[in-house]
Design a protein around this ligand. Sequence first.
Ligand code: HGY
Ligand code: MN
Ligand code: MN
Length: 399
Amino acid sequence: MGLLDLSRQLMRRCDDLGAISEERGQLTRTFASPAMRRANKLVGSWMRAAGLQVREDAAFNLLGRWESKKRGAKTFLLGSHLDTVRNAGKYDGPLGVLTAIAAVQLLRERRVELPFHVEVVGFSDEEGVRYHTTYLGSRALAGTLTAADLAHVAEKQIVKARRPRGEFFGYAEVHIEQGPVLEEKNLPVGVVTAVAGQSRLQVEFQGAAGHAGTVPMKQRRDALAGAAEFILAVEAIAADGAGTVATVGKLSVAHGASNVIPGHALLTLDVRDQRDSQRLAVVRALRAKAKAICKQRGLELSWKPVQQAAAVPCDKILTQIFSNCVAQRGLEVLKLPSGAGHDAVVLAAICPVAMLFVRCKKGISHNPAESVKPADVRVAVEVLADFILRLAKNCSGAL
Ligand code: HGY
Ligand code: MN
Ligand code: MN
């Protein structure tokens, strides 16, 4: 099957996979759900068709292995994630897994022999929608799960997915850019320099529920009004950070009713920056602001960090190989940072990592309007296949 047919097949597969959801009428696939298992079964059949040995590990990661004939060979990992956010687009995650399968299929059809094993992985929980703590699948595989993580998780057996240290000599991930830069520059692909650090927290405002008709305004301890004041402060303080982004993505009011003064409000806070010191300074400033709001309104504050991930630079050697592959096609090599988090952040703790971005329409992501061009996907498959070949030429299987 040539490159054009492979990329067409890949686009059809994104559609087929995008139809596997746990919510009617929209795409939502969360960690260890029945929909996730059905997706693993379908993608596993495509891995098998590409000649890979397929298995699902104890953390519900899907793995497809291409064994090298070289004795004592190390393993290079390719892939991305198969879980999604709620009401997701079809490409955030799956595009990277399916591109890796297509690149491997292309090389195997060309009877290529590699001096290293290749594993294609579909990670089971990059988005963290189910437990609000991200990267459960990749952290289980990397062996970096903490006791605090596991306290949230019902599926304790995921720790058994841990792979021996040193088994992988690198990880490469293809992913949609989820931003507007490649489209602005009219480029199909870009090479990622680093992935932003992120802090995820849970913030609660505790006030006093009361009758909406009888409690005078001055005597209220309205938790939702306090949360609302805080949310606007999040926007203002992040905007001052020159490159920091901060988001309150979820807000819930306990026992909410139109005639009840909200006594309790819970929100999620997500703060990101390429500079860890700046990110941590913004988190500190936001905590101080939340305390001041609570003091002024007579509320109690609960400030719970859920997860921290430091900013991660991509490996220079692997990034240079990607850059050479892109340049080889006569394309400008645009290098750019990632504001979004990726499983590559986790793998960087155990091996060198690199990422290739694919242009996506208007930079839209975490939205069903997510879309990519077949021609750009074809470039990504070609670049990734070439990347693997150059890796084979440039190293004896260990960087
Ligand atoms: O939140 C993120 O950056 C990624 O989409 N999980
Ligand atoms: Mn995402
Ligand atoms: Mn993603």
